[in-house]
Ligand binder design. Structure first.
Ligand SMILES: Nc1ncnc2c1ncn2[C@@H]1O[C@H](COP(=O)(O)OP(=O)(O)OP(=O)(O)O)[C@@H](O)[C@H]1O
Ligand SMILES: [Mg+2]
Length: 508
């Protein structure tokens, strides 16, 4: 690009000269009252820079006011004003231009004064050497460019941070509209409906049956019902019925007499008598044997407890809350659970909705968990990035709230103090199947010149793989989601040669 440089004060060949603008287009202004010096400096620099020249400070200001200048090269000794005085003024009027002083003196005090007053970037001693001069100018422009980029990036970073903070503020405001039922937090209508029913149940003394997938908050719900009931000043005791064989469970709940069985070295008060007037939570009720179902039914009908090895019965005033991951109705239909016990247990029946059916609760529960675990390990978490929230919302959460809590706990542990939780802190299962990546994979499959059969097969392989990834390669869950038998799924895995490690690696 040709540029016409005009300066009425220039006395030399650079006056009104046509200069080939160099590639990077950076402009150096030479200020010196000596025509020969201006000419030789111009010759030295014009290969690399666009050079403007002025014979005095006044002429230099005219140029500076008219065109942008990246660097000023000025002689210290000039008739009207010194180089340092000129630079002290340009520091105010044109602070962005780098100032380099050419001087015959190198008195240290003068140098310090000029650095302080005029922010001179560098001194070039006379007689100046072309190589040294070119290198100094190159370095000066590079460091200014770096400083400029640094300023730009800092601003961008601050801006990005502001966006995150604003998004987070919205979330915090939403958090204030959050509903609580004891320690259960939620915003979704689905949870609000269950909790409304639970409040009604709490006001009665009827047994409650809480059903729902693992990690949906059944135990938290049972505690909430106890807390909101008139029994809340009496004990709440929980027993996992799935973990014990029959006689042990009997002994745990009803107690035993010394010598009732081998190892019963003393009397034991069971959980039922110990929780008298309070609430007993029977978790995994679907797992108890038929004979234990009979004992339990008897207790529910008569309210009486007979410890193992004892002839005496004792009356216990209890509210029973039972929980199950498996739908009891189906077990009744299959003849695996007594219908009369099922009817007894379901004074109120609460169904905890899985997390994937109430995605609005995900950001809230994630924030809640981030705060909880942040406090536990004394780490300040600034919030959760919108990208991370998007990935969390897209996840199917087979392990429900417990899985979400575990993921957030891991993210909090990986984050630095004061940092936002973001996608980089997430486990591969969450990031390997982001909706964008899944869509891109689908789109790629449908392109190209394959036959219909090949495309259908590729699509099937992709859908099976996505389901497996979503369920961390758990065959039963993926088969259920896809409506296949486990054998059917295994055949497809074999046929399409699906491999967990490869699939995860390809989605990262
Ligand atoms: N709505 C909720 N608000 C806050 N925390 C929740 C909520 N739901 C579940 N949690 C948390 O999720 C975890 C699992 O909850 P809980 O043990 O009550 O589930 P569960 O349904 O009994 O699971 P499982 O069937 O595996 O026993 C707990 O740490 C609990 O605090
Ligand atoms: Mg539980």
């Amino acid at each position: 690009m040709k540029h016409v440089l005009t300066c009425k004060h220039n006395l030399h060949c650079e006056k009104h000269m046509r200069t080939e603008r160099p590639n990077d287009g950076r402009v150096v202004l030479v200020v010196d009252d000596e025509p020969q010096v201006r000419a030789s400096l111009t010759r030295c620099l014009r290969e690399d820079y666009q050079v403007l020249a002025a014979d005095s400070a006044a002429a230099a200001f005219e140029i500076l006011d008219r065109s942008p200048v990246d660097l000023i090269l000025c002689d210290q000794l000039m008739p009207e004003t010194s180089g340092v005085e000129f630079f002290a003024r340009t520091r105010v009027t044109h602070p962005e231009a780098i100032r380099i002083l050419i001087t015959g003196y190198t008195d240290p005090e003068d140098m310090i004064r000029s650095i302080n007053e005029a922010a001179v970037y560098q001194f070039i001693p006379k007689p100046w050497q072309p190589d040294h001069l070119l290198l100094t100018i190159k370095r000066a422009l590079e460091s200014r460019e770096l400083a400029r980029r640094h300023r730009f990036l800092s601003r961008e970073l601050k801006f990005a941070d502001d966006v995150l903070r604003r998004e987070n503020d919205v979330l915090v405001r939403q958090l204030q509209d959050v509903y609580h039922f004891d320690r259960l937090v939620f915003v979704s209508d689905a949870m609000a409906q269950v909790c409304n029913l639970a409040r009604k149940a709490a006001a009665t003394d009827l047994p409650v049956l809480i059903q729902g997938e693992t990690g949906t908050g059944k135990e938290l719900m049972a505690r909430a019902i106890h807390f909101f009931s008139r029994r809340n000043t009496f004990p709440f005791m929980a027993q996992n019925c799935g973990a014990l064989p029959d006689d042990m469970l009997h002994s745990e709940l009803f107690g035993h007499k010394r010598g009732a069985f081998t190892g019963a070295i003393s009397d034991r008060l069971g959980l039922f008598p110990a929780a008298d007037s309070g609430t007993v939570f029977l978790d995994e009720i679907s797992e108890v044997s038929q004979s234990f179902q009979v004992s339990l039914l008897r207790f529910l009908q008569e309210g009486e407890v007979k410890p193992l090895g004892s002839d005496e019965t004792r009356h216990c005033n209890l509210r029973i809350i039972a929980a199950s991951n498996r739908p009891l109705k189906e077990l009744v239909e299959q003849g695996k659970f007594r219908q009369d016990l099922y009817f007894r247990l379901r004074g109120f029946e609460l169904q905890m909705p899985p997390l994937r059916e109430r995605p609005d609760d995900i950001p809230l529960l994630a924030e809640h968990a981030a705060r909880k675990y942040g406090e536990t390990i004394n780490r300040k978490i600034a919030g959760i990035s919108s990208e991370a929230l998007r990935l969390l919302r897209a996840h199917p959460f087979p392990g429900n709230v417990r899985e979400l809590e575990n993921e957030i706990r891991r993210m909090v542990a990986l984050a630095e103090d004061g940092e936002f939780l973001s996608a980089k802190h997430m486990s591969p299962e969450f990031t390997c199947l982001s909706p964008d990546k899944a869509d891109a994979a689908m789109a790629a499959l449908l392109q190209g010149s394959r036959t219909l059969k090949q495309k259908v097969e590729a699509l099937e392989a992709e859908l099976v793989m996505q389901s497996l990834l979503r369920h961390r390669w758990n065959h039963s869950r993926a088969a259920k989601e896809l409506g296949l038998s486990r054998v059917g799924l295994a055949n497809k895995i074999k046929r399409y040669k699906l491999d967990q490690k490869q699939a995860q690696a390809s989605r990262r």
